[in-house]
Design a protein around this ligand. Structure first.
Ligand SMILES: O=P(O)(O)OC[C@H]1O[C@H](OP(=O)(O)OP(=O)(O)O)[C@H](O)[C@@H]1O
Ligand SMILES: Nc1ncnc2[nH]cnc12
Length: 172
């Protein structure tokens, strides 16, 4: 399937999870094998070269990064919502488009000196990616870049992420 056709499957749900938010739902992409393959192939390229590991954020980021990691021969650091990990290397609180959140990095998931690419479904305010980058850097690794399916440009993530290289398959 062409990438544009795959991305056209992303649904828009008004007023979820709160009034005023237009939620971008990748459920139809995850459910369609041809669309999923097309998105994974493109994300695999967007991750770039010179990458040692991927980092992904629970939950939708996990699905994408697991497939990209398999396609590219890269392991994945699974950045978790709080309370799930037996051994926490770092913790960051951050703001979302809707509400606040905390992320934790598992001990041993990122090695010092590694170049780590962050993979996620939606880049909105950039808070999630900024928090993930902080965790990766606190473990002594460097963020090589960010690869996302959808960027919501009006929410200004790029300015929040400084000069971090960001590749989005579609920007709205
Ligand atoms: O750029 P930001 O403003 O930080 O928003 C982007 C994040 O928001 C969503 O995650 P959510 O916390 O809804 O988690 P989910 O994957 O568990 O649904 C999305 O999957 C991104 O991780
Ligand atoms: N509008 C949105 N749709 C889907 N995921 C999001 N994460 C933050 N904002 C979002």
């Amino acid at each position: 399937m062409r990438l544009d056709d795959a991305l056209d499957l992303i649904a828009e749900i008004p007023d979820f999870p709160e009034p005023g938010i237009l939620f971008r739902d990748l459920t139809p992409v995850f459910g369609d094998a041809a669309a999923f393959a097309s998105v994974i192939d493109a994300l695999g390229e967007a991750v770039g070269d010179g990458v040692d590991r991927l980092a992904a954020v629970e939950a939708r980021g996990f699905v994408l990064a697991a497939a990209v990691g398999y396609a590219r021969g890269l392991g994945v650091a699974l950045v978790r919502k709080p309370g799930k990990l037996p051994a926490v290397a770092g913790r960051v609180d951050y703001a979302l488009e809707y509400g606040t959140a905390t992320l934790e990095l598992p001990v041993g998931s990122v090695e010092p000196g590694q170049r780590v690419a962050i993979v996620d479904d939606v880049l909105a305010t950039g808070g999630t990616v900024a928090a993930t980058a902080k965790l990766v850097e606190s473990a002594g690794a460097a963020v090589s870049g960010v690869a996302v399916v959808l960027e919501l440009a009006a929410l200004g993530a790029r300015s929040r992420l400084g000069g971090m290289p960001v590749e989005a398959l579609r920007t709205l």
